[in-house]
Each structure stands twice: as C-alpha cells, then as structure tokens.
Design a protein around this ligand. Structure first.
Ligand code: FAD
Length: 543
C-alpha cells in the first residue's frame, strides 16, 4: 500500500473525484488503481472563497514499486506506515511480585491500566474520586447549586479531567510508534465514532466520553484489573536500599497500606495535596511554566462566518475552530487555548473558595457559543520563583481573587471585551450571553490576574480581532480565571520513565508535566506501562 498525502479537492466534490484525483496525481491509468481508502481528512480554509478538503489516502496499485521509485523525492508519496500496536512484554503465568499500581483513572492512568491489563499484569487502579455516573451528579452540583465536592468534581474521578470536555483528540507530540492510533482504536472499541480514526481534528464530546470510560473499565476488569474508587493516596512509603530510594507502598485515605514496588503516578495537574506530599517525601519535583488568563466567548455563528465565509454551516466543515497567538511588547506570549466550538464554559474548581474556568462541548457542538482560553504564558524564574511548588500558590492566589470578584458564590467574574479594553468594570452583559454556570458576575477582571497578564491580553485582543473578525467585538464575554492550563510542576523522570530519585515510581501524564491533553496523556500512559512491564519482567528473570 502507498499513502498519498495532501490530496486537495473542493467542498461538495462527488465521491468519484477521489479516485480520479489519485490517478491524475500519480500519473497512472485508472485500471492501475486497485483499491483506495481514506486515512485522514481535514480542510484548508485559508481562502474562504475556495475552501478545500485535504485527504491522505491509502492506495493499492498494480505496480507500487514503480510508483514509489518515480516519486522517491516526494514526501507525500510514501509506503503506508504500519500503525499496528505490539505489546512489549507478557506477565508471567504465576504472579511473583506485588501487582502494579496505577494512581489516577484519567486518560493517562486509564491507558497505563489498560496496557498493563492487556499484557496480563492485573493492575490495581486507585482514584480519589467516584465512578463516572456518581461523579457527574457531584459535578453538576457545582454547576447547578454552587455546591463543590472537593473529592468529586471536574478534575477528580473516573475518566479524569477530560471527561467533561470537548474531547478533542489530537496533539502535536512526535509519535513515531503510532501510539496515538492505539489510543484511538481503543476508544472506537469503547464506543467512540469510527470517524475519529480519519478526521484530522477528531473530537468526541462529553456524553460519549462518559460511556466510553465505563466500557474501558469493563475491559480492564475482565482482564483481571481492579479499580478502587474513593481511595486517595495520602502518603508514599519509600525505603533506602543499597543507597537507593525505593517505593515500598502507599498509604490510602481508607487507612489501608498497599504494598507496591511499581507505581504509575498519573494524578493530573490539580492534585495539589499530592504534589505537596511527594515533595515532603523527597521525590524530585521542579516548577514548570504554564499559562494563565480567561475564557472568551463569542456566538459560534460569528466564528463560523469569520473562518468559512459563505460556506459557514457546511456539513463537511462542522462548527469552526480557531488558533491564535501574539507576541506582546512586554515580552509575553498570548494564545488561544483549548478551543471548544459550540460548547459552554464550565466551572472547573476542585478546591473550596476558588474559581477556575474551562470549556466543554457535546459531540454535536451545537450550543450557541464558541469558547476558548485566552491565556498568557508564564515562567517560574520570572513569575513564581524560589520553590518547586510556588506555581501552586500562584494559581491559588488568582483563583481566590476570582472567587471574591465573582461574589464568593462560585459565580465567575465576567467582563465585556469592550469594557475590558476601555479599562472600566462591566455592569451588565450585552449581545453575548455567558454560558458559565452557576452564573457570571459582571465586574472588572483586572483584579483577577497579574498586571503584566492584563496588559498582554489588552494588546492581543485587538490583534486577534484583525485575524478573526469580531473576536474583539465589544460584546464578546470574558470569564475568569483560567489557571489549570497545564501542570505547575514537573516530577522529573529519566529515560527509563522512572523518577530520577525514587525507584519504582513512574511519574506520568499531565500532572507530572509529561502531557497536555487527553491524547498525549493517554500516549504517555502507554509508554509508562511498557517501561514498567519491562522492568517487572526483567526483575522476574533475574530472580
Ligand atoms: P487527569 O485526567 O487529571 O486524571 C488524574 C486522576 O488522578 C483524577 O481522576 C484524580 O481523581 C486522580 N487523583 C489525583 N490525585 C490522586 C490521589 N492522591 N490519589 C488517587 N487518585 C488521585 N484535553 C484535550 O485533549 N481535549 C479537550 O477537549 C480537553 N478539554 C478539557 C476540558 C476540561 C473541562 C478540563 C478540566 C480539561 C480538558 N482537557 C482537554 C485536558 C485533559 O482533560 C487533561 O489533559 C487530561 O485529562 C490529563 O490526563 P491525566 O490522566 O494526566 O490526568
């Protein structure tokens, strides 16, 4: 098979245009094309008057060797890659050691657990939160009644932080082993639509994610894995053996001690108490850059129009997304983050007395507003120096300011863009109705972020308005604060995926600073599970 990329066709092309374009592009006779299938489909909307669909196709030809030789210098004509997944190890038939433990049932822990289970290692998966259906009720408790459950919320519980999300499933990391394909294939087995295997920017939406994590749980349990809900890891026992620090086990919120010598630490970016505990126990942690800012909302119809012109609403294009970035005069970079077309802004706090925003959508992306983070990159050396955990204190400070500015009821502080740019507090919203629940308090957001961030946002918004018409509309709505863009810490690991100073501990996923998003966290979970399996097998064989 040959993979032919960058095959461009106009919107509304008939199906037979694809084989015709393949034949023309490769300069072959129609009879030489035996089969073709779509490997990937995206679009190129740079020219709104001539939007193109862009395909990668896998083709079976009568003489593939001759075509490959003829196109040797063309990067868009290559042998189809082998994207199949192969397990790196197999557990011994008779277990010889404590079961591997995975802390956290988010995308990273879920995939670490799945791969370990598929290799026969029967992992124990611990999560401080609840089963996804119970967790959904608690999450809605904050959104509907301003009742926050600090152990069961948007950040904590089955499925992790990405469960109530847009479910965007793409990332920019290098993936030479096609582990992303393994993730998407498992998602499809668990109920995701097949199109995620071919769409350039696939997404699932929150409802489907809920049923998918349930289905994956059933798979892991059928393979001998075990979940323990409302089991928070409160402490880690580390012993010194021959000059090495080694994990011996975990103290749980239930009072139990769980013996373990291979532990995946996939706790996400909001497990602040766990980061403090690990730091107290001497696990190597360092401060990491992240970003802070607000959510901005526009009617989706404005974004569709700005991106697709007269083709707005075309079924092959769906709800439009955008990605914007600007380097400011004060040296800061402002960019759009986690754009959710046709969705809503959600309350994403996990601690009492603090307000955090994020975004989610359903599969259909048919809600009225588009939202995205509008965030400023910050750095430990400049902005929160002096302590590995200083980024957490920094986040808390601004989340508390947002709580107060919102009226101390978990309402988010909000401001019209026109008022924000004119440096006056909002007293009411205009044409754009904010979607955040339990509600939005019109106010002045400049009390909720550092001055340099406010200055950078004021510079970037009009610039973005020139790139995306109506982005800077005076009635666009900003709500704050967006502080959980990624982890404020990195729990440093070596090339063997083990903590640099604690043998047996495998820091993984977003919380450890090795992923940013559902897909990259899941891929990291696979890599860590593989490294752990190889370590367990090699220790067994040296017994
Ligand atoms: P998490 O998903 O955060 O999972 C960590 C788990 O560890 C949690 O279940 C938690 O309960 C558990 N835990 C924490 N501490 C302990 C402890 N001490 N003991 C036991 N268990 C513990 N990403 C995308 O790619 N696309 C999107 O569309 C998207 N939208 C998002 C929308 C929202 C509202 C949010 C909050 C995030 C969104 N993200 C999105 C980001 C994405 O969810 C994260 O990048 C991803 O979930 C990180 O995965 P993880 O497994 O590393 O950590």
């Amino acid at each position: 098979m040959i993979r032919l990329s960058e095959l461009k066709l106009p919107l509304d092309h008939p199906p037979e245009a694809i084989p015709a374009a393949i034949v023309a592009r490769l300069g072959i006779e129609p009879a030489d094309l035996i089969t073709h299938s779509i490997a990937r489909r995206g679009n190129d909307a740079r020219k709104r008057s001539a939007i193109l669909l862009v395909y990668s196709v896998d083709v079976e030809l009568r003489d593939e060797a001759a075509v490959l030789a003829r196109f040797a210098a063309d990067v868009n004509v290559r042998p189809t890659p082998d994207t199949g997944y192969r397990f790196v190890a197999q557990a011994p038939a008779v277990p010889t050691r404590p079961r591997p433990v995975v802390i956290g049932a988010g995308p990273c822990g879920l995939f670490a657990g799945l791969i370990l289970a598929q290799m026969g290692f029967r992992p124990i998966i611990l999560d401080r939160g609840k089963l996804v259906r119970e967790r959904t009720k608690d999450t809605w408790g904050l959104w509907r009644r301003s009742e926050l459950n600090p152990e069961s919320n948007v950040q904590y519980g089955e499925g992790g932080a990405g469960t109530f999300s847009d479910g965007k499933l793409y990332c920019r990391i290098k993936d030479p082993r096609h582990l992303g394909r393994k993730v998407l294939t498992e998602f499809v087995k668990a109920g995701a639509p097949e199109e995620i295997l071919t769409e350039a920017h696939p997404h699932i939406g929150t409802f489907r994610l809920v049923t998918m994590v349930e289905s994956m749980r059933a798979t892991i349990e059928a393979l001998g894995g075990e979940y323990r809900w409302q089991h928070r890891v409160e402490d880690i026992e580390i012993e010194e053996v021959a000059g090495e620090r080694r994990v011996r086990g975990l103290h749980l919120s239930t009072g139990e001690f769980l013996e373990a010598d291979h532990v995946v630490l996939a706790v996400g970016h909001s497990a602040r108490d766990t980061f403090h505990m690990l730091h107290d126990r001497g696990v190597h942690i360092e401060a990491k850059p992240f970003s802070i800012g607000v959510r901005i909302e526009h009617p989706q119809s404005w974004v569709d129009r700005a991106r697709y012109g007269n083709c707005a609403g075309h079924p092959d294009l769906g709800a439009a997304a955008y990605a914007l970035s600007h380097h400011c005069a004060n040296g800061r970079t402002v960019y759009s983050f986690c754009m959710c077309p046709g969705g809503r802004v959600v309350a994403a706090a996990s601690e009492p007395g603090r307000v955090v925003t994020n975004g989610m959508s359903q599969y259909s992306r048919q809600e009225f507003n588009a939202n995205s983070g509008l965030v400023v990159a910050i750095d430990p050396d400049k902005d929160y120096p002096g302590h590995p955990l200083a980024g957490i204190a920094f986040q808390r400070k601004w989340e508390e300011a947002a709580f107060v500015a919102g009226g101390s009821t978990y309402h988010a502080p909000g401001q019209r863009v026109g008022d924000f740019l004119a440096k006056r507090a909002s007293t009411a919203m205009g044409e754009v109705t904010p979607s955040y629940k339990p509600g939005v308090t019109p106010t002045d957001l400049s009390a909720c972020l550092p001055d340099y961030a406010i200055e950078a946002l004021r510079e970037a918004i009009p610039v973005f308005g020139r790139q995306l018409p109506r982005y800077d509309d005076p009635d666009a709505v900003m709500t704050g604060v967006e502080t959980r863009t990624s982890s404020p810490v990195r729990i440093r690991r070596g090339a063997d995926f083990v903590s640099v100073n604690t043998v047996g501990l495998y820091p993984a996923g977003e919380g450890a600073g090795y992923a940013g998003g559902i897909l990259s966290a899941a891929i990291d979970g696979i890599k860590v599970a593989e490294a752990m399996a190889l370590s367990m097998v090699s220790q067994d064989s040296s017994l």
